[in-house]
Design a protein. Structure first.
Length: 294
């Protein structure tokens, strides 16, 4: 089967999977909105010169009392809910892509070395991974954020990365243990190929597919984790936009009838996570060789 045929088959499978297409569209909309936030939002919710308490707790525009350009209403600081959601989604995506990139690289390298060399490298890596894996990722991130003296977006990313690399290392190690026993790896080794060539030319490319699924799923996990930390008040500082922080602030106003402060950021968070999971489900099935397709 040629690479062109494989790509054609993958594209056909993707286009004929409506949930995957819908999920991709949702993800693309959020990414574009996050990238274009300064130009498409009616207000910069974190520019004090553009925020006024005169717009305090305005309802959505279709409800009596709503005002343009605050389509989804405003919060207790006079910030537009729609604008704050877009900026908050940008924070969520920055954190998720940063964590997945950093934790993924660290985890892949450690898992690759542990699976290939075994011995003390494998023992130390897996015992450390088991120790971290035994703790709740949320609780571990809270503990690490409490240890760090300075808060900020970078601190949140580092704290989550310390707890998140484990899933990549464990997944790749298991994949490497299978791939390194394949005939083509043994043949390359018998021709005198060095470890570097074996690892990065023969083993890693064939062991990486399961990691792609982990990446897709982990994006949603990290987004929810960042929102949870911000909701609890230990995530990004109050000067940074966050969907979790919006929900935390809005919950105090729900019983007063200001439902839009919780409903809209909560719906945006759910929609983003669902979109990622829809695409991840298709990717998991596409990369699973045990699933037969027509």
């Amino acid at each position: 089967m040629t690479k062109r045929h494989i790509r054609s088959k993958t594209l056909h499978s993707y286009l004929h999977d409506p949930p995957a297409v819908i999920g991709s569209i949702i993800i693309l909309i959020f990414i574009l909105a996050a990238l274009l936030a300064p130009w498409i939002t009616p207000q910069d919710p974190y520019d004090l010169e553009k925020v006024s308490l005169d717009h305090f707790l305005l309802p959505p525009i279709w409800i009596q009392g709503g005002q343009a350009p605050f389509l989804l209403g405003t919060d207790d600081q006079g910030r537009g809910i729609l604008s704050t959601i877009i900026y908050g989604a940008r924070t969520s995506l920055i954190v998720s892509f940063s964590v997945v990139s950093i934790a993924g690289i660290v985890g892949v390298i450690l898992g690759l070395l542990a699976g290939y060399y075994g011995g003390w490298i494998d023992a130390i890596t897996m015992r450390l991974a088991d120790t971290l894996f035994s703790f709740s990722t949320t609780l571990l991130a809270i503990l690490l954020l409490g240890v760090f003296k300075e808060g900020g977006l970078g601190t949140v990313i580092v704290a989550i990365c310390i707890a998140d690399w484990v899933r990549y290392a464990r997944t790749l190690r298991g994949s490497v243990l299978e791939v390194k026993e394949e005939a083509y790896v043994m043949a390359a080794k018998s021709t005198g190929a060095g470890d570097f060539r074996l690892l990065f030319r023969h083993i890693l490319p064939n062991a990486i597919p399961p990691i792609l699924v982990v990446v897709a799923v982990d994006l949603a996990v990290v987004i929810m984790l960042e929102a949870t930390l911000s909701f609890l008040g230990v995530g990004v500082p109050i000067t940074e936009p966050s969907l979790g922080m919006m929900i935390a602030i809005g919950k105090d106003y729900v019983y007063a009838g200001m439902w839009w402060m919780v409903v809209f950021p909560g719906a945006a968070l759910i929609l983003l996570v669902v979109g990622i999971n829809l695409f991840a489900d298709w990717l998991r099935e596409e990369l699973n060789p045990k699933i037969e397709r027509a």
